[in-house]
Design a protein around this ligand. Structure first.
Ligand SMILES: [Cu+2]
Length: 123
C-alpha cells in the first residue's frame, strides 16, 4: 500500500511538471551482436530490442564500417511476434569496428536515438 501511494505521488508529480514519463520511450535494451562485443564472423542480421513497441516504418539504422562505408545496413524490418524489436539485414565487407546509429519511433510517437559499436574480428 505504501508503495502504491508512493507510485501515485510520483505519477502526480510527473504530471504536474508536464514531464513525459521516460519509461514510455523506446530505449535500446539489448542488441545482437551485443553492444561493445567482438564477434568472429560478420553477422548477417542486427537485432535490436527496445523498451517500447516500435513504428518500424519510421525507424532507421545506419551502420558504418571501419573504412567509413555506411551502406552495410538494409531497412529495419519487423520481427514477427516481437513488436518491441527490429531486425536489420547487414552486409559487412570489412573486419573492424562497426558503428551503429539508430533512430526509433515508439508507438506513443516519441522519438529516441542512440549509437553504439561492436567489432568484427574477421569475416
Ligand atoms: Cu515515449
Amino acid at each position: 500500500m505504501q508503495g502504491l501511494k508512493r507510485a501515485l505521488a510520483y505519477g502526480l508529480a510527473a504530471a504536474a511538471l508536464g514531464a513525459a514519463p521516460a519509461f514510455a520511450h523506446a530505449f535500446l535494451i539489448k542488441s545482437n551482436p551485443p553492444v561493445g562485443s567482438t564477434v568472429n564472423a560478420a553477422p548477417k542480421l542486427l537485432l535490436l530490442t527496445y523498451t517500447e513497441n516500435l513504428e518500424i516504418p519510421f525507424c532507421t539504422v545506419a551502420v558504418t564500417d571501419s573504412m567509413g562505408m555506411d551502406d552495410a545496413a538494409g531497412k529495419p524490418q519487423a520481427v514477427p511476434g516481437h513488436p518491441d524489436e527490429m531486425q536489420v539485414p547487414l552486409n559487412i565487407s570489412m573486419p573492424g569496428k562497426i558503428l551503429v546509429s539508430w533512430h526509433a519511433l515508439s508507438v506513443d510517437t516519441h522519438k529516441t536515438q542512440g549509437t553504439f559499436s561492436f567489432t568484427v574480428s574477421k569475416l
